[in-house]
Write a protein that binds this ligand. Structure first.
Ligand code: 13P
Length: 247
């Protein structure tokens, strides 16, 4: 059985009191029909992760692959784990496009995260140009092959894949449920040919990109969509909780 997951990516938003308030509202009201994660800004991670993570797991939006050293401004997987993070996002499109993170770097991050026992939420997805030239499958396959498919079947158990079409992120333009499910099925087919059916059927694949309370139900009812990675709508507890209740 695949896990149903709703994860919030707060990105670089919220001041301390707002972050505490939002986390409080979510963890007080989350029910158990799915697993819930909050990927919070690094500066709030230690405090929020020190709270009871029974209902809401706290994750980092990014971390570096070396454990310690002269890497000014970076935080390591080892440090976030020691501060009780449960998970980390790897390969978000904003990390790829704004911070120029390559598939090769992301592979090192995936390995470092798994070594620490963190769950990896690996993000993949095509740009608008790539979608318009019908290259989405090729692009996503390369992202998976270069950064993820070196893992063993055992290691894949701690990986969640998030399909986030870049053209749908923060644009209000959601992929249709059919468009999204088609890509999820493609990812699962590739997982099957690499790892076999058992493994492929146990990996949760989330959709991300302008997912909100009004489209979540449609998206989550698709055969291969196991939940969502939510940006903007995760910043309002009411919307985020409503999305969780869309299963
Ligand atoms: P939006 O939900 O704001 O489009 O962001 C999606 C996203 O990037 C989640 O990681």
């Amino acid at each position: 059985m695949r896990k149903k997951i709703v994860a919030g990516n707060w990105k670089m938003n919220l001041l301390p009191n707002e972050a505490n308030q939002l986390f409080h509202e979510i963890s007080e009201n989350t029910n158990s029909n799915c697993q819930v994660y909050a990927f919070v800004p690094g500066i709030y991670l230690a405090e929020l992760a020190s709270k009871n993570q029974k209902n809401v797991f706290v994750g980092a939006q990014n971390a570096y692959y070396e454990d310690f050293g002269a890497f000014t401004g970076e935080i390591s997987m080892k440090q976030i784990k020691a501060n009780r993070a449960k998970a980390v996002l790897v390969g978000h499109s904003e990390r790829r496009s704004v911070f120029l993170e390559s598939n090769e770097l992301l592979k090192l991050k995936v390995d470092a995260a798994l070594k620490e026992g963190l769950d990896v939420f690996f993000c993949c997805g095509e740009t608008l140009d790539e979608r318009e030239s019908n290259q989405q499958e090729e692009v996503i396959l390369k992202q998976l092959q270069d950064s993820l498919f070196h893992l063993s079947e055992e290691e894949m158990k701690n990986v969640v894949i998030a399909y986030e079409p870049v053209w749908a992120i923060g644009t209000g333009k959601t992929a249709s449920k059919e468009q999204a499910n088609e890509v999820h099925q493609f990812i699962r087919k590739e997982l099957t040919s690499k790892y076999g059916e058992n493994c492929a059927n146990s990996v949760s694949i989330l959709y991300g990109g302008s997912c909100n309370p009004s489209n979540a139900k449609d998206l989550f009812s698709q055969s291969d969509i196991d939940g969502g990675l939510i940006g903007g709508a995760s910043l309002k507890s009411k919307d985020f909780l409503e999305i969780q209740n869309s299963f």
